[in-house]
Design a protein around this ligand. Structure first.
Ligand SMILES: [Zn+2]
Length: 440
C-alpha cells in the first residue's frame, strides 16, 4: 500500500475487516489437539504487524499450536511494560445451529457474525487496529507494550499462555500489568446509563474426578459396600449443597457502585434479593457470591446384575478468591469417608484492587467516550489466560471495552450460538483502547 493510502486508514475503520478476517480463519479448539490449530491466524496477525514495521515471533508449543509475541518500544524506557493479550483459538461451532455460517464473518444487521465475534477475536482485532493506527501515525505508547496472541486458551492454556510462561519467560520482561478479556463491556441500567464491568477477580477452578471403591459382587446379594450407592449419595450431597454467601472485596465494591447508581438500598442480609433486582446482570453476578459445585458426569457398571468394584463421577467446582481452604474443607465433608477425589484441572482464583493509575486510565478512557458510563469492578466466575500470567506477578484486568445495545444478550453469547458483535461496539472499543494507551 502506498503511504497516502495507509494514512487514510484509521483503526476505527479497519477493526471490522480485521475481525471478519480473523473469524474466517477457523481456529476451533476441541481441547484434544485434533483441531486446525492457531498457525494460520498467527501468521495473519504477524503479517498485519509486519505491515506497520513490528517484528513479531510465532512460537509453537506443538505443530500448528501457535502464539504470536511482539514488543513495541515505548517512548519512556524508565516505565514498566504493559501486556496486551488475546487468545486466537475459539470453541468449536456447529454450523447447522447458526443463522449464518460461524466461520463466514458476515456483516448483517449492523453486526459482525461468527465464532469468536465475542470470545475473543473482537479484542484481537481491536488490539491490532489500535497498534497499527498508532504506529502508522508515529504515536508510540509511553510504556513498552508487549502483545501476545495466544493459542489454547479455551482448553486451559497449557499449549498457549501457560506454555509461554514456562518456556518463553523472556518475552514478559518488565511486564507488571496486563489487559485482556472478559471485561470492559457495558450493561445498561436504563436507556441512558451504562455500567462498564472491568474484571478485577476470577474464581478458582477445581474440576474433580471422584471415585468410590466398594465390594464387587452378584447383584442378587446383600451388598452394603456398593460403590454406586456411595458415589451417588456423595454426588447428590455435593449437588444439593447450598454454599454460603461470601462477600469478596470485588463483589462488595461492585454492589456498592450498583446500588449507588440505581439508588437502591443494599441489604447485606438479603443479597440475593438485591442481585435479583439487577436484571440481566443477575446471572453474571449470582455465581460470584459463593463457591459452587456442579456434578457433571457419572460412570460406572457394565451389567445390570453385577455390582461393580468402583464408580466414578466428575464435579465442576469453582471457588472465590480467598475461600479455597473453606471450599476444600467443606467439599471433603460432603464427600464422606468412602469417596476420594483427584484433580482434572486445578487453577487459582485471582483478585486485585480496583484502584491505581491503570484503573484510572481505564475509567477515564471509557468516560471520555461514554460520559453516561460508570466503571465498576466485577469478579468473573470463569477463568482466562490471566491465571497463567499471574505466576509472573503480573496484575491483570479484563478490559476489552465495548459499548453494547441494551437488548443484546452479551454474556449469553460466550460459547453460544449466533455469536455477533455490533460494528459500532468494535469501533467504540478501538477508540477507548487508543485513549487508554495514551493514559496508561
Ligand atoms: Zn475467551
Amino acid at each position: 500500500m502506498r503511504s497516502t493510502e495507509v494514512d487514510a486508514v484509521s483503526g476505527e475503520n479497519e477493526v471490522v475487516e480485521l475481525c471478519r478476517d480473523l473469524i474466517r480463519i477457523d481456529t476451533s479448539n476441541p481441547g484434544d489437539d485434533s483441531g486446525p490449530g492457531e498457525r494460520v491466524a498467527a501468521e495473519y496477525v504477524a503479517a498485519k504487524l509486519a505491515e506497520v514495521g513490528v517484528e513479531s515471533r510465532i512460537l509453537e508449543s506443538r505443530h500448528k499450536r501457535a502464539s504470536v509475541v511482539a514488543r513495541i518500544e515505548g517512548t519512556d524506557p524508565g516505565r514498566d511494560a504493559l501486556l496486551l493479550h488475546g487468545h486466537l483459538d475459539v470453541v468449536p461451532a456447529e454450523p447447522g445451529d447458526w443463522r449464518v455460517h460461524p466461520f463466514s464473518g458476515e456483516v448483517e444487521d449492523g453486526c459482525v457474525w461468527g465464532r469468536g465475534a465475542v470470545d475473543m477475536k473482537n479484542m484481537d482485532a481491536m488490539i491490532l487496529a489500535v497498534m497499527r493506527d498508532r504506529l502508522r501515525s508515529g504515536r508510540r505508547p509511553s510504556r513498552d507494550v508487549v502483545l501476545m496472541f495466544t493459542a489454547d486458551e479455551e482448553a486451559g492454556g497449557g499449549l498457549g499462555a501457560r506454555w509461554l510462561v514456562e518456556n518463553h519467560r523472556e518475552h514478559f520482561d518488565g511486564c507488571t500489568e496486563a489487559i485482556g478479556e472478559v471485561g470492559g463491556f457495558s450493561v445498561s441500567l436504563d436507556e441512558r446509563r451504562r455500567l462498564y464491568l472491568i474484571e478485577t477477580a476470577e474464581k478458582g477452578i477445581a474440576w474433580l474426578k471422584l471415585t468410590a471403591t466398594g465390594r464387587a459382587g452378584h447383584g442378587s446379594m446383600i451388598n452394603n459396600e456398593n460403590a454406586v450407592t456411595e458415589l451417588a449419595a456423595a454426588m447428590a450431597r455435593i449437588g444439593r449443597y447450598e454454599w454460603p454467601i461470601r462477600m469478596t472485596k470485588t463483589v462488595r465494591t461492585f454492589l456498592d457502585e450498583v446500588s449507588a447508581a440505581l439508588g437502591v438500598e443494599l441489604d447485606p442480609d438479603d443479597l440475593e434479593a438485591t442481585v435479583a433486582k439487577l436484571g440481566p446482570m443477575a446471572r453474571l453476578i449470582g455465581a460470584t457470591l459463593r463457591n459452587t459445585t456442579n456434578p457433571t458426569m457419572l460412570e460406572s457398571g457394565y451389567k445390570v446384575n453385577v455390582v461393580p468394584q468402583t464408580a466414578t463421577g466428575h464435579v465442576d467446582g469453582r471457588y472465590l478468591p480467598g475461600y479455597e481452604d473453606e471450599f476444600f474443607k467443606q467439599l471433603d465433608e460432603l464427600l464422606g469417608p468412602n469417596v476420594t477425589r483427584e484433580f482434572v484441572v486445578h487453577d487459582i482464583a485471582l483478585e486485585t484492587d480496583f484502584d491505581g493509575p491503570i484503573v484510572q486510565a481505564m475509567t477515564t478512557a471509557l468516560l471520555e467516550e461514554d460520559p453516561d458510563g460508570r466503571a465498576v469492578p466485577y469478579c468473573l466466575s470463569g477463568g482466562t489466560d490471566l491465571k497463567s500470567f499471574n505466576a509472573l506477578g503480573i496484575r491483570g484486568f479484563g478490559f476489552a471495552p465495548l459499548k453494547l445495545p441494551a437488548d443484546l444478550d452479551f454474556s449469553g453469547m460466550f460459547h453460544g450460538i449466533d455469536e455477533r458483535i455490533p460494528v459500532e461496539s468494535l469501533q467504540f472499543g478501538t477508540r477507548v483502547l487508543d485513549r487508554f494507551l495514551d493514559l496508561a
